[in-house]
Design a protein around this ligand. Structure first.
Ligand code: AMP
Length: 172
């Protein structure tokens, strides 16, 4: 059985000193490992209601689109500001220094729908929480969030509240 952890490369001090960056490109570059990651995400989330997969720019697009295909549902991108061409909803969230913002098309999810929010990794949970709030603002429900990696030594749960968070690899 493929050990996904073998395909995650630690890059110390990237993009700045003190951060250990989890590089998922070896996983993407290996057909078996990439397929295994999508199969396992689909399995991990098989009991969850899902009308669409919402993926967070940009590595969330890689896993989110593949998961959407596996689950036979559509894909919705959550993007950095100014990238989406149609009418958008927008959410600001705080970073260690300053703030950031994510956007989604205002017609991308419909009232009453259930969606899964996907990214490659959860650290502080700020980005994922903002993505959930966009979905909820439009009257849809986040039935679960799916990640390849959860950095459990960072207190992301404080931001995510009681939302259902699932991850394939946990570093704690
Ligand atoms: P956060 O909002 O703090 O949960 O950060 C999540 C976003 O930042 C995700 O899109 C990740 O891809 C990226 N990210 C944060 N920390 C790391 C890390 N140590 N390694 C790789 N990506 C990271």
């Amino acid at each position: 059985m493929t050990n996904l952890e073998d395909y995650i490369r630690d890059i110390p001090d990237f993009p700045k000193p003190g951060i250990v960056f989890k590089d998922i490109t070896p996983l993407l570059g290996d057909a078996k490992a990439f397929r295994a990651s999508i199969d396992r995400l689909a399995e991990e989330l098989s009991d969850v209601a899902c009308d669409a997969v919402v993926g967070i720019e940009s590595r969330g697009f890689l896993f989110g689109t593949a998961l959407a295909m596996a689950k036979d549902v559509g894909f919705v991108p959550v993007r950095k500001p100014g990238k989406l061409p149609y009418d958008t909803v927008s959410r600001e969230y705080s970073l260690e220094y300053g703030t950031d913002r994510v956007e989604m098309h205002s017609d991308a999810v419909k009232k009453g729908q259930s969606v899964i929010v996907v990214d490659d990794l959860i650290a502080t949970g700020g980005t994922a929480t903002a993505a959930c709030e966009l979905v909820e603002q439009l009257g849809a429900t986040v039935s679960a969030l799916g990640f390849v990696i959860a950095l459990d030594f960072i207190p992301w749960r404080e931001r995510l509240g009681d939302r259902d968070v699932r991850a394939l690899l946990r570093y704690g």
